[in-house]
Write a protein that binds this ligand. Structure first.
Ligand code: VG1
Ligand code: CO
Length: 542
């Protein structure tokens, strides 16, 4: 039976950098997910009879919200829902399904790298027909709608069994439960030289992939162990758990420390990698060497032609503004376009659709290409493996060779998490207010050459997105960027991004924080972080 249920709006359903993210108890309020999902459908047009892809990263609330989403979709007139078995779909796999089956769009349930469980985070994101996150004009419309919504429609009664593969129905809508891995694995086989990677493993090459008890477990086990022949046990923590085993499924040097320590030890395998809650991020560590995501983007762009899917070369490279300029030098050498976008994958969508960029990346451990419209953790791991299989050099040799050729961009991000929101906003507002006065001033002995608040002019649709981060630029391309996170769920998170270019191979072997020490002091002098946040040190350094 289809019912129209009266409801009252919640004022806080504003989608952030990637969708609506809140604590689980917030999502457990009466009608909270219903309001948001109905608000999404209310602003969309033309989906009657069309397909919706639904799936999530398996975190706490995943099943409940999937059941609601299917019922609300049926009541609103979708023709079909495609859902991953058990409610599981990684973010890139969902993007692929939307594209492959020409769905109208998809709902992805995840809070990505944020922790899960009854007191942790949950999230809902709407993706459009190109497979990518909805652009700002859609998310803004959803937010506006959520503030006035007064009813939602839902199909009640009947069961929706998301555990049995096959097609059933609900109030005239088809519900197809599919294997979450099969289509994605096939896509990867079409892009990479699986035979070359198999022979790399046969030669004794060893990998450890940490799925962090998140969504990539089943994907990595199928692809790395079953199809590529990595020894059983190469994929660790491979069972998705609703609370990720109590850890943050964030593949960085803090939350994937066990992997990092292994890779720095005498027992290190050749290659270490990890992915996040929803499978769109990647961490790459060679034996004895961590590869920064910004460097990884540059390296993948420089070597992508070694993989069959990119043999014809790249159309262009795009990176988010805070990502280091390492990729710019590769694009310059290849003679292809380089684009600088605001933080968040949704800004790459137009460039990918228009055929202006092939590979995109963010400093936050996200890389991907035009094969889907999301960043893709396992894709990055497989491209690395394909490159290693073709070059038969170690990760360290490849990285150091890259620095010698292009120069090294020392890079680090300092996060101050859960700081007082008013203090964080005040810090950014004050910086904004004094931008014009900064050029020519000296901080920690470094002279400011330019300062601005990044604004993006989309070259495809002409839209302008302002206030995307304060950039303070010093001589030689060194810079410090300040911005506030759009994905945190408590207080505010201040991110400070620090970068310095070093062309001289003799000076490329320094420890990162030491190499950036002057810039780190300059950032403190410019923004007064300690005084304003009351913090002596960042909560996370990556
Ligand atoms: C962070 C990252 C950003 C990324 C976003 C979503 O956003 O900095 O680069 O796109 O998370 O990643 P913010 O606003 O907190 O800095 V995920 O893995 O949530 O999809
Ligand atoms: Co993610």
């Amino acid at each position: 039976m289809i019912r129209t249920v009266p409801t009252t709006p919640y004022p806080d359903q504003k989608p952030g950098t990637s969708g609506l993210r809140k604590k689980v108890p917030v999502f457990q309020q009466p009608n909270y997910p219903e309001n948001f999902i109905q608000s999404v459908f209310d602003v969309l047009e033309g989906f009657a009879g069309r397909t919706l892809v639904v799936g999530g990263d398996g975190r706490y609330l995943n099943r409940e919200v999937i059941d609601k989403a299917i019922r609300i979709a049926a009541a609103n007139g979708f023709g079909k829902v495609i859902v991953g078995q058990g409610g599981i779909l990684s973010t890139p796999a969902a993007s692929n399904l939307i594209r492959k089956y020409k769905a109208f769009g998809g709902l992805i349930l995840s809070a990505s790298h944020n922790p899960g469980g009854p007191h942790e985070d949950f999230g809902i994101k709407y993706n459009i027909g190109n497979g990518g996150p909805a652009p700002e004009k859609v998310t803004e419309a959803v937010f506006a709608r959520s503030k006035v919504i007064d009813r939602y429609r839902i199909a009640e009664g009947g069961t929706v069994d998301i555990d049995r593969i096959g097609e059933t129905g609900l109030e005239g809508m088809a519900v197809e439960v599919i294997d979450p891995v099969a289509d994605y694995a096939a896509l990867m086989e079409s892009l990479f030289d699986f035979e070359a990677i198999r022979s790399l493993f046969r030669s004794g090459f060893r990998i450890v992939f940490d799925a962090m008890h998140a969504v990539t477990g089943p994907y990595a086990t199928e692809i790395l162990e079953r199809r590529l022949g990595a020894p059983a046990g190469s994929v660790r923590n491979n069972v998705p758990l609703p609370d990720f085993g109590g850890h943050h499924p964030d593949p960085n040097l803090v939350h994937a420390k066990a992997l990092y320590d292994l890779m720095m030890s005498p027992e290190a395998p050749d290659f270490g990698a990890a992915s996040d809650g929803d499978g769109d991020r990647n961490l790459i560590i060679g034996r004895g060497i961590f590869v920064t995501p910004s460097d990884s983007l540059a390296l993948l762009a420089a070597n992508a032609h070694l993989a069959p899917g990119y043999r014809g070369g790249l159309k262009g490279v795009a990176r988010s503004m805070p990502t280091s300029a390492a990729a710019d030098r590769v694009a310059e050498k290849l003679g292809i376009g380089i684009y600088e976008t605001p933080t968040g994958w949704k800004f790459f969508g137009n460039l990918l659709d228009a055929g202006m960029a092939t590979i995109c990346g963010e400093e936050s451990a996200g890389t991907g290409s035009d094969h889907v419209r999301e960043k893709d953790g396992l894709w990055a791991v497989l491209l690395w493996l394909n490159i290693l299989a073709a070059r038969r050099q170690s990760v360290a040799e490849i990285v150091r060779g890259h620095w010698r050729e292009y120069g090294r961009n020392y890079y680090s991000r300092h996060d101050y998490e859960e700081v007082d929101a008013a203090a964080a906003n005040g810090l950014i507002d004050d910086l904004r207010g004094k931008l014009a006065a900064l050029p020519g001033l000296k901080f920690a002995g470094l002279v400011v050459e330019a300062a601005d608040d990044f604004a993006y002019h989309d070259p495809v649709d002409g839209s302008v997105t302002e206030r995307q981060g304060i950039r303070v630029i010093f001589a030689g391309g060194s810079r410090v960027v300040f911005r506030l996170s759009g994905t945190g769920t408590s207080g505010a998170t201040l991110r400070v991004y620090i970068e310095r270019y070093e062309p001289d191979p003799e000076l490329q072997g320094q420890e990162t924080q030491a190499a950036l020490a002057d810039l780190i002091r300059a950032a403190e002098e410019i923004a007064g972080i300690r005084l304003r946040t009351g913090r002596d040190a960042p909560s996370v350094i990556t």
